[in-house]
Design a binder for this molecule. Structure first.
Ligand code: PRX
Length: 652
């Protein structure tokens, strides 16, 4: 980066893996890591080919990696497999058949356990029901659900028959659903009447009904009964899960699918335009998800593992469902919020299920800190042996709290950096093999060739930050943006086209030990509570309101959420906005996109600072939102007075 910054804050604390942990770990030493990493980089085809042997294939691949049409890479070409088979059927012949796959806890305290055998049966029934509703291989199925077992069942059912699922986070609302369903031309949507959230029933089906007024491709709706709220069922279109899936046959052989058969689309926000439909395919994703889970979470046969992420995000896809079930691990799933009915709920669940591995987000950790140590201290957390963090940079203070108060100084913490696009963990420590360092993600995972470079692609030294790139393809990488190959090339591969590198969009630096520390996004993506939001999507929601002529949205630092949302809004001529209008607009965005996108601040302004070519100067707006002095070059600013006016309108 031309504006690379010198690092003054050098973290010197580090924590070695506890000897007892390393002794029984899947990867026991730095030397083992170094050897495997070297092999994965020097001979990726040999390395991944060997790893792939551990999975079930209907037909073996002919070529591990085909880079002929880069950046449209193909992995395990010629092979056929099925991820649902690898997550379920593969475990049914041995001692795992009656092992718990899902330990589910509803928010009101109800619980369900599904063994691998039971999960297999439910998935087969759901797959047959989908077929009966007209879903064929390759069709797209939207899933908009609360955190109930039918959500992973639906995903595995799609994977079983080769339908492509597109899970839409249950916290999104109408417009977000419309955009996503429309973009992928989904044929069917699976939803629920409602889910439990903060002690109340949160209706989902009515939101779907509203969205479907604008989604002509959807022919059928499959509805799980959860909250029991009254819903309207449209005859011919809407079907209850319990009436359709329960009576279906429990025999449904897994479809033999090409290694590159599309598995799922997951929409994620970019800095410009509509959300991007990240496309993952079958075999490479399966292998990346399973192998990272095995080594990074050090999965052992008797572990109880809990990832707190909603399955609507990639973390849940890879590390509550696919990577976890592919390893035959027991996974805890919790429906609700961490403070319902009390602020010790997570710790109560850890005690109740004797959770060994706990994976959560920095924003949650910072919230727990605020709620006070008395909550975790009330419960027996002695079953924990490994902790994980994901989604945004974890500040060293939060890291230390996690280490001491939750891990009691015994549990390694894996700070895992990855993205919806990478499909699986890309930078992390491996807990039995290497020390951890607060605030630092660690070393690249096998097969991930990373570097920190300048804007021009030159290496930067350990004192400077730069742009994070991945310099070679890896199995679980995204294959394209659904229906938008050109945009895929443009967004990820154009910046370093000459070198053929993947642009991650993050700033990072690599210290003298080769540990990577992620600083944050370099583009206009905001990370609110670890959730990735595009400024553009929020701006579009704002300008759809009559009170808004133009809007620019930026993120600013927030103690708990990591980043908060500030919207600069200019109103049409002749209108004088009031304080009440701020609430109106905040609520408008929440209704359009979902509560997570609700701006924390609205600032009215006559006009927005722009360059002479008409581009909004977001860097300036970011500084203003953060209450900072405006730094850097403002010579291209079209109207200097705008800046002064924006400051006048600043609010606390
Ligand atoms: O900015 C990085 C941040 O989250 C982005 C990816 O967001 P998303 O696709 O929603 O996936 C989140 C879960 C994998 C990254 O570009 N990020 C993710 N993990 C970390 C992180 N930043 C710092 N440290 C992490 N461990």
């Amino acid at each position: 980066m031309s504006e690379s910054i010198e690092h003054v804050l050098e973290e010197t604390r580090h924590f070695d893996p506890p000897a007892a942990f390393a002794a029984r770990a899947n990867l026991k030493s730095r030397a083992d890591y170094d050897r495997m990493y070297r092999e994965s980089i020097e001979n990726p085809e040999g390395f991944w080919g060997k790893v792939a042997e551990e999975f079930h294939w209907f037909k073996k691949w002919q070529r591990v990696l085909n880079a002929d049409a880069a950046p449209f890479y193909k992995w395990f070409e010629g092979g056929t497999t099925n991820l649902s088979y690898n997550c379920l059927d593969r475990h049914l012949d041995g001692p795992r058949k009656n092992k718990a796959a899902i330990l589910w806890e509803g928010e009101p305290g109800d619980q369900r356990t599904l063994t691998y055998q039971q999960l297999h049966r439910e998935v087969c029934k759901a797959a047959n029901a989908l077929k009966a509703l007209g879903v064929h291989k390759g069709d797209r199925v939207a899933i908009y659900m609360p955190m109930v077992p039918e959500l992973p069942i639906a995903m595995l059912a799609c994977a079983r028959i080769g339908a492509v699922h597109s899970v839409i986070f249950g916290g999104f609302s109408v417009n977000a659903i419309v955009d996503r369903v429309h973009d992928a031309a989904c044929k069917l949507i699976i939803t629920a009447d409602s889910g439990y959230r903060r002690g109340a029933v949160l209706p989902l089906k009515p939101v779907v009904d509203e969205a479907l007024k604008q989604c002509p491709t959807v022919e059928k709706v499959l509805v799980v009964k959860r909250g029991g709220n009254a819903v309207t069922m449209q005859a011919g279109r809407d079907h209850w899960w319990h009436e359709t899936v329960a009576p279906a046959s429990a025999v449904c052989p897994a479809e033999e699918l090409d290694a590159e058969h599309p598995l799922y689309i997951l929409y994620t926000s970019g800095s410009t335009g509509k959300p991007k439909g990240i496309l993952h395919t079958t075999a490479g994703y399966m292998i990346g998800a399973a192998v990272t889970a095995k080594y990074v979470f050090d999965l052992q046969e008797d572990d109880v593992y809990w990832c707190t992420a909603d399955i609507g995000w990639v973390t849940g896809h890879t590390y509550s469902v696919y990577g976890i079930f592919a390893n035959g691990t027991t996974s805890v799933m919790y429906e609700g919020t961490p403070n319902t009915p009390h602020e010790g709920r997570f710790w109560e669940i850890i005690e109740k299920y004797r959770v060994n591995i706990f994976y959560t987000a920095p924003t949650a950790i910072r919230t727990f800190i605020r709620w006070g140590d008395e909550w975790p201290n009330k419960y027996d957390l002695s079953s924990l042996r490994l902790l994980g963090s994901v989604g945004e940079p974890i500040n060293p203070e939060a890291w230390m709290w996690y280490h001491e108060v939750i891990g009691k100084g015994r549990c390694p913490i894996v700070d895992t950096w990855w993205q919806t696009e990478t499909g699986s963990i890309s930078i992390t420590t491996i807990p039995g093999a290497m020390p951890t360092k607060p605030g630092s993600a660690g070393l690249p995972f096998f097969g991930v060739k990373v570097a920190v470079v300048t804007e021009e692609g030159e290496a930067v030294d350990a004192k400077h930050s730069g742009t994070l790139v991945i310099q070679a393809p890896w199995p679980s990488m995204l294959r394209t943006l659904f229906g938008a190959d050109d945009r895929y090339k443009e967004v990820y591969w154009s910046k370093f086209a000459k070198q053929g590198w993947y642009l991650a969009g993050d700033g990072a630096f690599c210290d003298a030990n080769g540990y990577y520390m992620i600083i944050g996004r370099l583009d206009d993506v905001i990370k609110v509570s670890g959730h990735r939001l595009g400024t553009m999507e929020i701006e579009s929601a704002l300008v759809s309101h009559d009170l808004v002529a133009e809007a620019a949205v930026v993120g600013y630092p927030h103690d708990i959420k990591g980043q908060a949302i500030c919207a600069f809004v200019s109103v049409p001529r002749g209108i004088t906005p009031t304080e009440k209008d701020k609430d109106t607009l905040r609520n408008h965005v929440a209704t359009q996109l979902g509560p997570i996108a609700r701006p924390d601040q609205i600032r009215f302004t006559d006009s927005l600072p722009k360059t002479r070519s008409g581009k909004i100067m977001r860097r300036l707006l970011r500084d203003i939102a953060a209450g900072k002095e405006t730094k850097g070059d403002t010579t291209t600013l079209e109207d200097f007075t705008v800046l002064a006016k924006l400051r006048e309108h600043a609010e606390g």
